[in-house]
Design a protein around this ligand. Structure first.
Ligand code: HOZ
Length: 431
């Protein structure tokens, strides 16, 4: 597989862009080799600038729940763009999308922003204002964008690059962030007893340290603790929102958060984020209330058009059945294949999210995923790429299945996994 053009673009990019990329995980540092520069994508496939085509499980890190370059979304974007790109004034599209989001999720009010990071930053400010408390509990290995206070024991690129605690975060900021292990209610209660906590923010399914599922009753237990100690519960649904179910993790687990943050998925690929929740909390936001938050591109008409088209398509209940079944088939297939090769592997999966961890039996916390064999993942990743399958270039990210994947694509992916592991075995890379 030639990738000369990707290589030369990467060399040039590194001269001007830190690390040659605009977001760290893309640099392939965790898996080695050169990042692919993507020229186009359609359905479940991406194509690189050298003309190689891959079955894609990155899905732009989540928003491509319908697959790439969805006809309805693309047409909606083109139509909206014909009327102008940004007005810095209210539009009908914002109202239509807010209507859909509130209907889907059951939240009372929503405010549009431009990214998940911005949504989290704003939701935390709001939680502090509402409770008149400063401390925030986050969970080890959860990732909430690059908000200063959240870059403590963070997942995703921070975990991948070994910068779980980023430099540049002021000590005072970090001091207000309390960190609890994921899936450990006792630790949360201990923190809540000791400190006056504004909120606990959590990825209801941790999707930035691979995929780690909440234990049975864990989220409900967290809800109860927040109620007991007067803290707000914030669900970061940047990954789970509109993906696990129309109403995201709140619907899937039947646990209601006070505030929820959403990201890229409501833009169908355009840069969008949003946060929302209970009316009495959301009414504190400016201009109604004293919590300031603003943005020229917030509610951008082109992004709103994409979001409306995406959510309209998600109204079709088949989407969730289909992506859930395919996710299950992928995970089950990977379990069987790796077992045949005698490997110790944990495949976590929920709906259309999955992750294969090598070298560990179970993965239910940051401590356990950190024991995974990242070296073997890197080798598997490279072999899968050669087989035409594009996985996340890090052990600590998710596989995203979309509505555009078919059972044939899953079968082809599983065959690629067999071939990849066979080659690794021949090379002596498997014990
Ligand atoms: N932090 C993102 C994945 N969880 C990666 C963003 C990107 O590189 O686009």
């Amino acid at each position: 597989m030639a990738n000369e053009k990707s290589k030369s673009l990467f060399e040039k990019a590194q001269l001007m862009i830190p690390g040659g990329v605009n977001s760290p995980v893309r640099a392939f540092k965790a898996v080695g080799g050169n990042p692919l520069f993507i020229s186009k994508a359609s359905g479940c496939r991406v194509e690189d600038v050298d003309g190689n085509s891959y079955i894609d499980y990155v899905g732009s890190w989540g928003p491509m729940v319908l697959g790439h370059n969805n006809d309805a979304i693309r047409e909606a974007v083109i139509k909206a763009a014909q009327n102008g790109l940004s007005f810095g004034a209210p539009t009908e599209a914002e109202v239509l999308l807010a209507d859909k989001i509130t209907q889907f999720t059951g939240i009372d009010m929503v405010r549009m922003v431009n990214s998940g990071t911005e949504a989290v930053m704003s939701a935390l400010r709001l939680a502090r204002a509402y409770t008149k408390r400063d401390k925030i509990i986050k969970f080890e290995g959860n990732y909430h964008g690059h908000v200063d206070s959240m870059l403590v024991k963070a997942g995703s690129g921070a975990l991948t690059t070994g910068q779980a605690d980023s430099l540049g975060v002021g000590m005072n900021v970090a001091a207000d962030t309390l960190v609890a292990p994921y899936n450990d209610l006792g630790a949360v209660e201990a923190l809540m007893q000791k400190y006056s906590v504004a909120c606990a923010i959590i990825e209801p399914v941790a999707a930035n340290m691979g995929i780690v599922l909440p234990d049975e009753g864990y989220l409900a237990g967290l809800r109860a603790l927040c109620d007991k100690y007067g803290a707000l519960l914030v669900f970061d649904e940047v990954i789970t929102g509109f993906r696990l179910a129309k109403g995201g993790a709140q619907e899937y687990f039947n646990v209601k958060a006070d505030l929820a943050t959403y990201g890229k998925i409501i833009g169908g690929g355009m840069p969008v984020g949003a946060y929302g929740g209970k009316r009495e909390i959301m009414e504190l936001i400016s201009p109604l209330g004293p919590v300031y938050q603003a943005g020229t591109l917030s509610g951008n008409p082109v992004a709103m058009a994409a979001g409306i088209a995406q959510l309209e398509a998600l109204e079709n209940g088949d989407v969730y059945n289909s992506i859930g079944q395919l996710g299950g088939a992928l995970a089950e297939g990977l379990r069987e294949i790796t077992k045949k090769f005698g490997l110790e592997v944990c495949v976590n999966q929920i709906g259309s999210l999955a992750c294969v961890f090598f070298g560990i039996e179970s993965a239910n916390s940051y401590a356990s995923v950190k024991l995974a064999d990242t070296g073997l993942y890197a080798q598997f990743f490279s072999k899968m790429l050669q087989e035409g399958v594009y996985l996340a270039p890090s052990q600590f990210e998710a596989m995203f299945v979309s509505f555009a994947h078919s059972q044939d694509d899953i079968d082809a992916t599983l065959q690629a996994a067999r071939n990849a592991l066979k080659k690794l075995k021949e090379e002596g890379a498997l014990q």
